[in-house]
Design a protein around this ligand. Structure first.
Ligand SMILES: [Zn+2]
Length: 300
């Protein structure tokens, strides 16, 4: 299946957020492109974007860089779409020129920049410099936000003021939100100690994520990982309203990076299937979230 406008009658699934690579320091688990295709087939996913991580030292837990991703996607050009990644600290100056790299990656088929997760504030000057240049190339930036001093993930304060600042001063760059801190901010009420967690229960209206997605055309989001799934399902009626309101900028994604995931059905795949089979969301909204938004944003 090609997930093209020509087969509108069929349901497609386009995963905007997947990975291959050698996992964690022990490196005992390696998910290669064949494993990924097997998992996509098992889950009914037609196309997927593959995101590199290891340009960031913080991303070294999943070893796959842009060159690995481009080479892997070349084996399945009809099903896999490469993203590229550049560390914003490359050159360590806020006016570093990344034009050559971005032009080369784009010419070799890369459709976005990510997964962007350095342990910096999201509006750090080095990051803003890279976002602006990615925007000039029409490459959306997919970020993982984790407000924690260690590990990986860009940072922001409660209420996401730095993300708002970023959206304001990089209007030409589309950002795809992801990660525990981003999704905790779907609710106005975040329990103590849960800004980088998976808060459950009813969502309090007035959260930063709906406010920013409403106010800034350049903020999109993907459904991926435990954080996206939790945010969309912890308060089922709110989750449906959110998916309906943002049906033009929410994209299906899994963030699956383990070979063993083939033995389960990703909860987010089951969620989408349930919405479809039980007609909980309009058919138009479902098709947009499942594949059309991704295709439109990436120009595929
Ligand atoms: Zn990821």
């Amino acid at each position: 299946m090609s997930c093209s406008e020509n087969n509108k009658t069929q349901s497609c699934l386009f995963d905007v957020h997947s990975h291959i690579g050698r996992v964690e320091r022990a490196r005992q688990e390696f998910m290669d492109v064949t494993n990924l295709i097997g998992k996509m087939d098992a889950w009914g996913i037609d196309k997927a974007c593959i995101l590199p991580l290891s340009e960031h030292p913080e991303g070294a837990y999943l070893e796959a860089d842009t060159e690995d991703i481009i080479a892997a996607c070349a084996h399945y050009p009809d099903r896999l779409v490469p993203f590229c990644l550049i560390d914003p600290r490359f050159g360590n100056r806020p006016d570093m020129d990344f034009t050559d790299l971005l032009a080369e990656y784009q010419a070799r088929g890369c459709k976005g920049l990510g997964e962007f997760l350095p342990k910096l504030d999201i509006d750090d000057a080095l990051c803003l410099n890279l976002y602006r240049q990615a925007g000039k190339f029409g490459l959306p930036v997919l970020f993982d936000m984790q407000d924690h001093p260690f590990g990986y993930g860009i940072r922001d304060d409660y209420g996401l003021p730095k993300l708002e600042h970023t959206l304001q001063i990089c209007p030409e760059t589309v950002f795809i939100g992801h990660g525990p801190t981003f999704w905790a901010e779907i609710s106005a009420d975040i329990p103590a100690g849960q800004h980088n967690g998976y808060p459950g229960g009813a969502i309090q209206l007035g959260g930063a994520v709906p406010r920013l997605m409403r106010n800034y055309p350049n903020l999109w989001a993907d459904t991926s990982a435990g954080s996206g799934y939790n945010a969309l399902t912890r308060d089922p009626s709110f989750g449906l309203e959110f998916a309906d309101e943002f049906q033009d900028k929410l994209m299906f994604g899994t963030d699956s990076c383990r070979r063993s995931d083939i033995n389960i059905t990703a909860p987010i795949v089951a969620w989408l299937r349930d919405l479809r089979e039980n007609r909980k969301l309009s058919a138009d909204a479902l098709e947009k979230i499942a594949w059309q938004n991704c295709r439109r944003l990436l120009g595929i």
